[in-house]
Write a protein that binds this ligand. Structure first.
Ligand SMILES: [Fe+2]
Length: 317
């Protein structure tokens, strides 16, 4: 079955360097309904769930994101009225969702003449489901992967910006979205540079690596699926951003990736040796939390902040 239809010209001319629109057949898929998503929440570990109020600003300081005091299952059940935004991460860890995510990308691979996902460049594949209330905002941010985004239910306005435009996001900011937090500051003067999409069920887009974007839902709740992957080039850039951020944090300013290829290779080799050594520990949620804190700093586990909700409510009151 072909789950995704993309104009040949878009792949020839734009992929993977520019954003473009696409059509898909996923809108009525049984794995993407609210009741099934409630079940999925119960199948995922806590650190695969992130949620907050949908009243976030476009330019949102991640440490001041407005929170919501509801259990994840209740957020999905009450999504039409509770004013929330939620993402379920790495849904491909659940076998049925892995099959869906892989079949989606295989549609692209086959259409482009490849026999396997790897041949087509689709490595480190992950899936994300977004569930959001009417009139909620996903703040301006950039993701460190390549992404097909599919609208499943409701309407979304999706505003994408070219990341080669350093007026919009500096080199340092693009390092921070890998090493610290994905959010970026937004200036309304950027409006003139946006590529706006109005997405209804059956619509989708391609979002290239680190192209900044913000998203708003319209008058009904929204369900979206995002299928991401990381090419070898993207993995290299991400690892270098993390090493550079760690070294910068120790007081050693770093050139951006690509400016000193030989030194990049040395840093990459050292980092990957260390990462391979700790990889078996990442099977445990507690160890993942500890490692994130060690590598990325004290705010790395920001989505474990249930205790902070009460503080936020007190401040808001
Ligand atoms: Fe995103």
């Amino acid at each position: 079955m072909t789950l995704l239809r993309v104009d040949d010209d878009a792949f020839t001319n734009d992929f993977p360097n520019r954003t473009f629109a696409l059509k898909h057949e996923l809108a009525n898929h049984p794995l993407l309904t609210l009741p099934r998503i409630v079940d999925l929440i119960r199948e995922l570990p806590r650190d695969r769930l992130e949620y907050n109020s949908g009243r976030a600003a476009i330019s949102q300081d991640p440490n001041a994101t407005p929170l919501i005091d509801l259990a994840p299952v209740e957020i999905v059940r009450q999504i039409e009225t509770c004013g929330a935004w939620m993402v379920l991460k790495q849904i491909e860890t659940v076998p049925a969702y892995r099959a869906l995510v892989e079949e989606t990308l295989m549609s692209v691979a086959r259409a482009r003449g490849f026999a396997t996902l790897h041949e087509a460049g689709f490595d480190e594949i992950e899936g994300f489901i977004f569930v959001s209330s009417p009139h909620s905002t996903t703040p301006f941010h950039a993701d460190s992967d390549e992404n097909f985004f599919f609208q499943i239910h409701g309407e979304k306005r999706f505003y994408v910006f070219d990341n080669r435009d350093r007026w919009i996001a500096s080199d340092e900011a693009l390092e921070a979205v890998v090493a610290k937090h994905r959010n970026l500051p937004y200036d309304p003067r950027y409006d003139v540079r946006q590529t706006p999409y109005r997405l209804f069920p059956g619509d989708g887009i391609f979002v290239p690596y680190q192209w900044p974007h913000y998203v708003r839902t319209a008058a009904s709740h929204s369900i979206s699926l995002s299928v991401t992957w990381k090419s070898a080039q993207v993995r290299r850039l991400n690892d270098l951003h993390i090493v550079n951020s760690m070294l910068r944090g120790l007081g050693f300013p770093q050139a951006v990736p690509g400016q000193n290829a030989a030194f990049d290779s040395v840093k990459l080799a050292l980092f990957r040796t260390a990462s391979t050594a700790v990889e078996p520990l990442r099977k445990s949620e507690a160890m993942r939390k500890l490692l994130r804190g060690l590598v990325l700093g004290k705010n790395a586990n920001y989505y474990y902040r249930d205790g902070a909700k009460k503080d936020a409510e007190k401040k808001a009151a």
